[in-house]
Each structure stands twice: as C-alpha cells, then as structure tokens.
Design a protein around this ligand. Structure first.
Ligand code: DUC
Ligand code: ZN
Ligand code: ZN
Length: 480
C-alpha cells in the first residue's frame, strides 16, 4: 500500500507499533525536517530508514520536574549541569525536560533567567523549557516581571511551603496565586508544613536522633497532607488551578481527589521513588541512608499502593522523576561534613531522570497495573498538555515534532549506575530489575542515543517557549 501522504520524507521509522495516549497501530512514521509528516504503510522512498520491527514507537518522554545546576546551599553542588542532565534524560528515553529556574532572594526573575539560560545554551542534548521558582514575591515581581514573563512563554511557576529561604507565607502564596489567576499561568506547589518540620527536627536533634533515617521521621505524612489541604484551600479562595507536585502518600492523594470531586482544578504528580522506595531505605549503615534523602521522603508499602491508585484512577495526571541529583561520596554532596552532624544538612534530592520510564513501564505496564496508553499519557502526553507544549510535543501525529522513543517491551535490564550517564556517582535503584527499556531516543528526527551509545550532539537540544496551559485557566474564564 502506498503512503497516505505523498510528501517528501527524509527519515522513515518502519514497522513499529505506534502507541499514543489513545491509539495503537502498526505503521511507518515519516519524518521531514524534524517533524512527523506521515503515518502510513510503505512510506518513502528515503535513504534513512530505521527498522522498528518488534519495538514500540512511543512519544519521547517528557519529564516536567527535574533540577539541573540549581544552587543548593553553601558548599553543596548539584551533580548535573545541563549537559549531563539532558544526556542522562536521553539515555532514559526522554526528549524534553522541564527544569526549574530558581530566583534567589533579592534577585529579579530576569536575572535568574539570564544565568539559567546561559547555563543551558548550547549544552543540551534534548529540548528544555524552564519553570520559575518564586522565592521572593515582591510587588514588582508579581506586578510587572511575572506577567511579562508569562506572556513571553514562562507559563508555570513553583512555590514552596517549606525550606528556609524558600518557604512562602500563606499571604505570599495567595498573592502568587492571584498573579497566576490574572495571567493564566500554572502554579506548582511543594506542599509540606514548614513549622511542623522545624518543630520535629529540633525535637529529634535534641534526642540525638540525627542519622539520615530521621529525615523521614521529621516530615511524616500529616505534614504533607496538611500543607496539601492548605494549598488547595488557598487556590480555591483565589479560584485558580493548582498542581501539587511529588505526592507521596494516601492522605495527600485523597485531599487532591476530594478537591477534584468537588469540581476544583487541582492536579497531582507522583514520582518513581514513591512507588518503589520506603523509609526503610534511609536506614542504611553509616551514611548510606543519605542516598535516599529527598522531600517528601519515601514512606511505606501502603503509601506506595495509594500512589498507584492515584495513577490508575487519574488523580495524578503526570509522573515525573523529580531528578535532583547530588553525588554520594563527595563533600559537596550527600557526604557534606555538616550532614554527618544531622540529617537537617543532608542535601535533599535523588537522581532519577533516566530510570523514570523503565520503572513505570516495568512496575506498571509489564505487571498489569496500568495499560500502555496510560503509560504514554503519564510520561509524555499529559506533561505536554499540562505545560503548554501540546500538540507540538507529547504525541505522535502529523505536524508534531518527531520526538520518539523506540522501546523494547521485553528487554530485561538490571539497573546499574553505568547505564544512566548522569553526573552522580550512584543510583537509588542499583540492582532493581526491569522489563522494558529504551533502545533509541530521537529528538526532532535526530537520534541522540542508540543501543546504549550517545550519538547526539550537545547543543542540538533547544529551548522551548511554551503556550499557556489549557489546564491553567480559572473556572470562571471558561464560564463553567
Ligand atoms: N523538592 C523538589 O521539588 N525536588 C527536590 C527536593 C525538594 O524538596
Ligand atoms: Zn519540591
Ligand atoms: Zn523537585
């Protein structure tokens, strides 16, 4: 049968099983100038043919929650810059990542963006776009800078309810949310109760309970549930949509579900660590537990089950890595001297940009917990829709960027750090066995990683200006 669309093609991916968030069909994918131009049979002729027989052809992963080159406190250095972070993303089957651009106190957003763009420019293997972190919501930031930046394509920002120097008061959160409502941007919230964490941390330290394990004890589930409830309530007061990121447990998940059932535009995200790790992992000998210190912390089996239900029942719309890498055996990382005196000083965050897709595929699709379409939605399509990149990104359709991952659903791999090509010196998933692995990652028609080899060029990854999210518009704007 001839190709459906008789347009010139410079690359054909032949005979794969193409899967989107809604469809599955065996066909060729025709690409020209980095875009998908045809879906059909016997496309061509062209010299550049990739045989995808027995492979799934999926939209490239979009990881909408990663941290690269983020300032992390005195003496601490994040393990990935844009080069190593986007390289590792490509090894994990991702074609777009959304890192955070952190505003320091007293800094303008434009200053922060200038620095961050300079770090990213010419250094990326996959496409990138930034969320802003609003740490200093002054009148001029909220009144002038932010509205202009939203119009310029920085259409999402994160606020923190905890962390010294980052935590916003409820008053400040309301002001940020009001700006989001006015501008049509999407607010992402790190929901943990700062005062409760400070109180528990002081108490644990006084009792000499300072090992990494006590990080998890210092921020138990109610700390997250309360802040999640409060963030939702504040968003309801303002009538603005909100995304609760890195949800780790049932209490927080049920808060989101209840809000959704009441018709509020509240969205949720969970991450691999909340499906696979528990607080027991922080119990390692000596400082080994520091490898698993992240916030919110991994919890217990029941919490894992709750996160699965959130994924299965669409309480969560995105599954992200929260890749926030520090080296372990390094005084600028997890073994920072102060961290030995108390968990309070162990850098928060774990690597995971390269393991997100294999973990969800193996634990989710291969084990029958979710179907392949939900996998695609959770790892690519919903990220593009949530953050203003759809339909250019996140799907396989004529006109979309040719961002694809060829996926072997049967390949069995034991995860080891050498496979991941990030800047850290460990993975929390060392020895974890998965079924399903990315074989080839293609960004705008160009292969970046093939059979475990880097073939892409640094600098090919481009900065993406985003539209406003279709999910970020307040209810009243739609006249609902
Ligand atoms: N919050 C994040 O979003 N990532 C890593 C650490 C944190 O607290
Ligand atoms: Zn966070
Ligand atoms: Zn994060």
């Amino acid at each position: 049968m001839p190709g459906i669309f008789h347009v010139p093609i410079d690359l054909v991916i032949r005979n794969g099983t193409v899967v989107t968030a809604s469809d599955k069909f065996t066909c060729d994918v025709g690409v020209r100038a980095g875009r998908i131009t045809a879906l059909g049979h016997e496309l061509g002729p062209t010299q550049d043919v990739i045989d995808a027989t027995d492979l799934l052809v999926l939209p490239g992963g979009i990881d909408s929650h990663v941290h690269f080159a983020q300032p992390s406190g005195p003496g601490i250095v994040m393990a990935d810059d844009f080069e190593s972070g986007t390289r590792s993303a490509a090894f994990g089957g991702n074609t777009t990542v959304l890192p955070f651009c952190l505003q320091a106190k007293g800094q303008t957003l434009r200053e922060a963006l200038k620095t961050y763009h300079a770090l990213a420019d010419d250094n990326c293997y996959v496409d990138v776009s930034f969320h802003l972190i609003i740490a200093d919501p002054t009148e001029s930031v909220l009144g002038q800078e932010l509205p202009a930046l939203v119009e310029a394509g920085y259409t999402s920002f994160k606020v923190f309810m905890t962390y010294e120097g980052l935590a916003l008061s409820d008053f400040e959160m309301l002001n940020v949310m009001e700006t989001a409502r006015r501008t049509g941007a999407l607010v992402m919230v790190h929901a943990e109760n700062y005062d409760a964490i400070r109180f528990l941390t002081d108490r644990l330290e006084r009792a000499g309970q300072t090992a990494p394990y006590y990080h998890a004890v210092s921020r138990p589930a109610p700390v997250e549930r309360e802040a999640t409830h409060r963030a939702i309530s504040l968003a309801e007061l303002i009538d603005v949509p909100v995304m609760i990121v890195h949800v780790s447990n049932r209490g927080a998940m049920e808060e989101i579900r209840r809000a959704q059932q009441r018709g509020l535009k509240v969205y949720g995200e969970t991450c691999p660590q909340y499906l696979t790790l528990t607080s027991d992992d922080l119990q390692g000998l000596n400082m080994e537990g520091a490898k698993y210190v992240c916030s919110p912390p991994p919890r217990d089996r029941e919490s894992q089950q709750a996160c699965w239900e959130g994924l299965q029942q669409s309480v969560f719309s995105v599954f992200s890595s929260d890749h926030c890498p520090f080296r372990y055996d390094d005084a600028a990382g997890k073994l920072a001297p102060k961290g030995r005196t108390s968990f309070r000083w162990v850098p928060n965050g774990i690597p995971g940009v390269a393991t997100r897709l294999p973990i969800l595929f193996s634990e989710g699709v291969a084990k029958g917990r979710i179907d392949i379409h939900r996998f695609v939605a959770l790892t690519a399509t919903n990220h593009a829709r949530m953050y203003g990149l759809y339909p250019r990104k996140g799907t396989i359709a004529v006109g979309a960027d040719a961002d694809l991952v060829l996926w072997d659903p049967n390949k069995r791999v034991t995860i080891n750090h050498d496979l991941l090509h990030d800047g850290s010196d460990y993975t929390p998933y060392e020895g974890f066995e998965v079924t399903g692995w990315p074989i080839r990652t293609i960004v705008r028609g160009r292969t970046v990683v093939q059979d475990g080899e880097l073939v892409g060029v640094k600098g090919f990854g481009k900065y993406l200006t985003r539209e406003k999210s279709e999910f970020a518009q307040p209810k009243s704007r739609h006249g609902e």
